[in-house]
Design a protein around this ligand. Structure first.
Ligand SMILES: [Zn+2]
Ligand SMILES: [Zn+2]
Length: 69
């Protein structure tokens, strides 16, 4: 029950600050099937929208400039 309450709190906070896809620079909507993972070099969260992920567009870390597939 406690875990459920925590999830709700997170989902309410998310729309206030939309993440941006690092490949196409578009804001990622909460309902999009985007992925987020830490940069292999600096750990900065990297967001990729479903479209860029599907097309295999390379990403570039906005923090350290690391580029990856
Ligand atoms: Zn994208
Ligand atoms: Zn980085």
């Amino acid at each position: 029950m406690a875990a459920l309450a925590q999830q709700r709190r997170i989902s309410i906070q998310t729309p206030a600050k939309l993440p941006v896809c690092v490949s196409c620079h578009r804001p990622i909507m909460p309902w999009e099937k985007a992925v987020v993972f830490p940069c292999p070099k600096c750990g900065h969260p990297i967001w990729r929208c479903a479209k860029c992920r599907k097309m295999g567009v390379p990403y570039k870390c906005p923090n350290c400039g690391f580029e990856g597939p």
